[in-house]
Design a protein around this ligand. Structure first.
Ligand code: IPE
Ligand code: IPE
Ligand code: MG
Length: 262
């Protein structure tokens, strides 16, 4: 007899979880600052852009692992509002790479039921890329698999300012009482509206900063920094990050659980 789907799903989730990890304590949403592409290339005597190309493979690998291991959402930092200050050739290469990868991978994303979204100030991106982004977003919107958010021309401060502007506009036309603005209303104006906050932030390449990433959403994320350069981030490095996450005690401002006879 066939088992109900929910039991099948639960079983496949438990069997897909890597050995040594607790399937019941996996993060639901992981955010990643994919850093170190340039240094990876330099160490190999290659031009920086080769690091970005290798970084795409690491991203595909990580998305597949997240999907296999039952993680519900992956949000990655692909291009910051500050990255425009890089040499023109590198920026141009990155924009062309985003276009190429999106074109090439859309079919696979569909097959895997990935729901892709691009978070950021998208109007500043090249027109062709904007069209591809709109197509990919629309065509995967009803997919039932992992939520894959690609932060492109994203800046945490910019996101907060835009949210404040939208709330101010609604208040100015009398649609919203400013006294009613609370955390939920504010969060609903962010690019990440309707997504749960990340449980875990991973930053590769050893840099210990948030670089304007998800300033609101990371309020209570566990932060994991590893020395691995992004193109080398693989299943072993990822498993280590998850094991570290599972060793943490998340208090959210409260206290550690205490024995009941205390
Ligand atoms: C991250 O790698 C990718 C982007 C910012 C687009 P970097 O390009 O920052 O690599 P490093 O930090 O210079 O090694
Ligand atoms: C953060 O990395 C942005 C992305 C990974 C896209 P950067 O390399 O731009 O950050 P900084 O300059 O070291 O802070
Ligand atoms: Mg960097």
């Amino acid at each position: 007899m066939n088992q109900p789907t929910s039991i099948n799903n639960e079983q496949s989730r438990l069997s897909a979880c890597p050995i040594g990890l607790d399937p019941h304590r996996m993060p639901r949403h992981i955010a990643v600052i994919m850093d170190g592409n340039g240094r990876w290339a330099k160490a190999k005597g290659l031009p920086r852009v080769m690091g970005h190309r290798a970084g795409v493979e690491a991203l595909k690998r990580t998305l597949r692992l997240c999907s296999d291991w039952g993680i519900k959402a992956l949000t990655v930092y692909a291009f910051s509002t500050e990255n425009w200050t890089r040499p023109g050739d590198e920026v141009k290469f990155l924009m062309a790479l985003f276009e190429r990868v999106l074109q090439r991978e859309l079919e696979a994303l569909q097959e895997e039921q990935v729901r892709i979204k691009f978070l950021g100030d998208l109007e500043a991106l090249p027109a062709r890329l904007q069209v591809l982004i709109a197509e990919a977003t629309e065509s995967t919107a009803l997919n039932t698999g992992i939520h894959f958010n690609v932060c492109t021309n994203y800046g945490g401060r910019r996101e907060l300012v835009l949210a404040a502007q939208k709330l101010a506009e609604r208040s100015a036309i009398g649609e919203l009482d400013p006294a009613l603005i609370d955390e939920n209303l504010f969060a609903a104006e962010l690019f990440t509206a309707s997504e749960e906050d990340p449980d875990l932030l991973i930053r590769t390449s050893g840099e210990m900063r948030v670089s304007n990433f998800l300033l609101w959403q990371l309020a209570y994320a566990e932060i994991y920094i590893c020395d691995v350069l992004w193109p080398d981030f693989d299943a072993t490095a990822f498993r280590e990050a998850l094991a570290d996450f599972q060793s943490r005690c998340r208090r959210f401002g409260g206290l550690d659980p205490v024995p009941t006879d205390f």
